[in-house]
Design a binder for this molecule. Structure first.
Ligand code: TYM
Length: 342
């Protein structure tokens, strides 16, 4: 049976990258899969989180799931720390994964920067907890943005090594689902950097709770280049993707065009055709209108939901109970496979 699992960290300020790279894809998958969507609060505390903010930030992610169209009656929505299976399985995986594997993780290197000795141990073993999130439910498919690809390869390596070491075929080898026209949304201020909540400039990202004026203002100020917008001759030979060299030469232009394509639900090829030779000023006006039209209602619904914390908390409790019911037998089997006395 196919099962989807994915997670989003409650570190505040959900942005357009989270939406287009992940959350929007979560919504569509509900039609074909059993889906489990998790607010990963245990991952969040691998870097410092103000305890007063963690619960509101957790509700913010849950509200984004709901406002985007995830149906809690069918899909499971919960926060990670309410289901003990994640921590339990992560410990076993800490003993399966190798130091050499974790040393290769680019996200750790980026986040720890030059202060590796000062990074939390949790940040280092973060990918093992991620593998535990997914495999505690024996999920088979994981929708994420492109930046999580390496972590999912590690999840596959852990499943394969566990199965080999214990001579079993217990864990599935998961498939990443990275799709849509905006799998890597870049900063609006610098097309070579990923759109991220850790960027100090508010103008680098559109937050899901931004109002219409903020959205339009950020798009108006977005960095561009002096040329007219590119057309279909920027496509690669497949006629579907943008040519790598073309994208590298004009990162800001292609980032804005991909955002337009993703929000409008049309392909990048059609979008290039539509705006070929246009001036940025005219294009930005249309991108701002489209962004307000698509994101405005989601932001408003999030605000409404966040004003009723009891309702959101109830959904998370219910989801946690349903999640635990799936994970508990898996953990029992793992204990038996490993040889723990019960
Ligand atoms: P997080 O919270 O950083 O991001 C949540 C999701 O948003 C995607 N994303 C982006 N997509 C496109 N462009 C961007 N600029 C952008 N920024 C973020 C991420 O790829 C992600 O899909 N480690 C995960 C959380 C996690 C998880 C899991 C995911 C924990 N356990 C198990 C899948 C399965 C993370 O940090 O996401």
């Amino acid at each position: 049976m196919n099962r989807i699992f994915s997670g989003v960290q409650p570190t505040g300020d959900l942005h357009l990258g989270n939406y287009l790279g992940a959350i929007r894809n979560f919504v569509g998958l509900q039609a074909d899969f059993e889906c489990i969507y998790c607010v990963v609060d245990m991952h969040a505390i691998t870097v410092w989180q103000d305890p007063k903010q963690l619960a509101p930030h957790t509700r913010e992610v849950a509200a984004a799931f709901l406002a985007s169209g995830i149906d809690p009656a069918n899909s499971i929505i919960f926060n990670q720390s309410q289901v003990t299976a994640h921590a339990e399985l992560a410990w076993v995986f800490n003993c399966v994964a190798r130091m050499g594997w974790l040393n290769r993780m680019t996200q750790f290197k980026e986040k720890a920067g030059n202060h590796r000795e000062n990074a939390s141990v949790g940040l280092y073993v973060y990918p093992n907890l991620m593998a535990a999130d997914i495999l505690a439910y024996k999920a088979t498919h994981v929708p994420v943005g492109e930046d999580q690809k390496q972590h999912l390869e590690l999840t596959r390596d852990i499943a394969i090594k566990f199965n080999n070491d214990f001579e079993t075929d217990f864990f599935p080898v998961v498939e990443p689902l990275i799709f849509g026209e905006a799998t890597r949304v870049m900063s609006l201020r610098d097309g070579s950097k990923k759109m991220s909540k850790s960027d100090p400039s508010e103008y680098s990202r559109i937050n899901l709770t931004d109002g219409a004026d903020d959205i339009a203002g950020k798009i108006r100020k977005a960095k561009t280049d002096p040329e007219e917008l590119p057309g279909p001759d920027a496509l690669a030979e497949d006629g579907i993707h943008v040519d790598d060299e073309a994208a590298k030469a004009r990162p800001e232009a292609f980032n804005l065009l991909s955002i337009y394509a993703a929000l409008s639900g049309q392909s990048i090829a059609v979008t290039l055709d539509q705006f070929a030779g246009a001036q940025f000023s005219a294009f930005k006006g249309q991108l701002a209108d489209l962004s307000v039209e698509k994101l405005g209602p989601i932001g408003a619904e999030m605000q409404r939901l966040m004003a009723d914390p009891g309702h959101v908390d109830g959904i998370l409790h219910d989801g946690a109970e349903r999640a635990a019911a799936i994970a508990e037998p898996v953990i029992r089997d793992v204990h038996e496979i490993v040889g723990f006395l019960r």
